[in-house]
Write a protein that binds this ligand. Structure first.
Ligand code: ARG
Ligand code: ZN
Length: 424
């Protein structure tokens, strides 16, 4: 009898453990390496699923933000302590990640509850994927002469991957392709894309931007991950897709390690439990495969590609798989600077952008969408925007920051639109 009670208890605890995932006891460290060797030692931990690099940096003297599970903290702190003798700096910026998330999420739940369903303002809240789709559908209804929606596929859980075309129909106009939200927890990415869309469609002052350029924008390319990160405070920091992995209990692939150009050649993991898991093969995810199929059919028109992420204020260009620069790096750098200048000039947040190739300013990471659009498809101008951070972990700017961020970011896209229009 006692034995039975005990085994029931053990069973219950086992179940509870599965339920109570989250980030209890996880710590965040801010580490500033001072030598290349120190940076290398830290980068070796990148593929380890016990670590999550919120903010990496290759430039020496720039702080990195690294989350470590309780299982590896002792080992990690010993490693760091040894490196402090050689000048490395580190502090623990969060003692218990889940505690901080719980506090922040209480506010999110309160606001959501006090708001009427369907009455949510697009840029005053982090809206649901269903609300994103409803907004796009409204634009198509109200502006059929310049807007056309196209479903480019469905996510693993069956959510619609909607692309919005905005253009006045000039024949042979060049296309700018933008996607946002490929990483689930980077919530600010989707409203930034929606703001570009709303300004193009609803603000006549910007009509000229779609008279000479076509825009193809997917504001929410990883809806399963996004909805999962909204579903519970335990899941707030989810990054990947939500497709189950065969032979593993860990779910999801990093969609930005899943593109088929120099796939899995560095800065990606083969461990399904890692946050930078490259997937079982290139384009294993329906979300990345939908982008692939779209580009295969439309590559001749697309002259500029931007993927919107957060955070860190970077405009990155290829390559992410090697520290070598593309032949046209100077062109990529110049156009990025032309986009960054008006953002910085308009910024009420004091934003300053760092511009460079992914590998050189951030870290090596193969299988990114920007490398694939340039390397495999041949889109010369290919960028990854890392928007400003906010909130306790950078991925959750408070709702009051949504407007300042999306408004300043749009200034960069005006510059890009004008530049592309001037070329064709
Ligand atoms: N933070 C982004 C990521 O880790 C940066 C991607 C930059 N591009 C690249 N091809 N590595 O996915
Ligand atoms: Zn990202």
């Amino acid at each position: 009898m006692k034995l039975l009670a005990l085994s029931v208890l053990v069973l219950l605890c086992g179940l509870l453990e599965v339920q109570a995932e989250g980030y209890n006891g996880y710590k965040v460290y801010q580490v500033t390496p001072k030598t290349l060797q120190q940076a290398d030692i830290l980068h070796q931990l990148h593929e380890d699923p016990e670590f999550d690099f919120f903010q990496d940096a290759k430039l020496l003297g720039q702080p990195m933000s690294i989350m470590a599970s309780p299982r590896v903290q002792q080992y990690f702190e010993t490693t760091l302590a040894n490196l402090t003798h050689e000048g490395l700096d580190y502090t623990v910026t969060t003692e218990d990640v889940q505690k901080v998330l719980d506090e922040e999420y209480a506010d999110f739940v309160r606001r959501n509850a006090s708001r009427q369903a369907g009455a949510r303002a697009v840029f005053d809240e982090y809206i649901s994927h269903a609300e994103v789709l409803a907004y796009l559908e409204r634009l198509e209804r109200e502006h059929p002469e310049i807007v056309r929606l196209e479903s480019i596929g469905r996510s693993t859980e069956g959510r619609d991957l909607l692309l919005i075309h905005i253009g006045s129909g000039r024949p042979n106009a060049p296309t700018i392709f933008i996607d946002a939200g490929i990483h689930a927890r980077e919530w600010i990415a989707t409203p930034s894309a929606l703001y570009i869309i709303s300004q193009l469609v609803e603000n006549p002052a910007h009509a000229r931007l779609h008279q000479n350029v076509n825009w193809a924008i997917i504001p929410a390319i990883n809806p399963d991950g996004y909805e999962f990160s909204r579903s519970s405070v335990l899941n707030r920091l989810w990054r990947k897709t939500r497709r189950p992995n065969q032979g593993s209990t860990c779910i999801g692939t990093d969609p930005n390690r899943n593109f088929g150009y120099q796939w899995n050649t560095g800065g990606a993991s083969t461990n399904p439990c890692s946050d930078i898991y490259a997937g079982p093969e290139p384009f294993s995810e329906p979300e990345t495969d939908a982008i692939r199929r779209y580009f295969i059919n439309h590559y001749t028109e697309i002259k500029l590609y931007v993927t919107i992420h957060s955070y860190g204020n970077y405009i990155l260009y290829p390559w992410g798989f090697t520290s070598e620069l593309p032949r046209d790096a100077l062109h990529l750098q110049t156009v990025a600077e032309a986009a960054a200048r008006p953002i910085e000039a308009a910024s009420t947040l004091g934003s300053r952008y760092t511009i460079g190739s992914s590998t050189n300013v951030l870290y090596e990471a193969s299988g990114g969408s920007d490398d694939w659009t340039k390397g495999a498809i041949g889109v010369d101008l290919s960028y990854c925007f890392e928007l400003p951070g906010g909130g306790s972990f950078g991925f959750n700017p408070p709702v009051a920051m949504i407007r300042p961020i999306v408004e300043e970011t749009f200034e960069g896209f005006i510059a890009l639109g004008e530049y592309i229009a001037s070329l064709y």
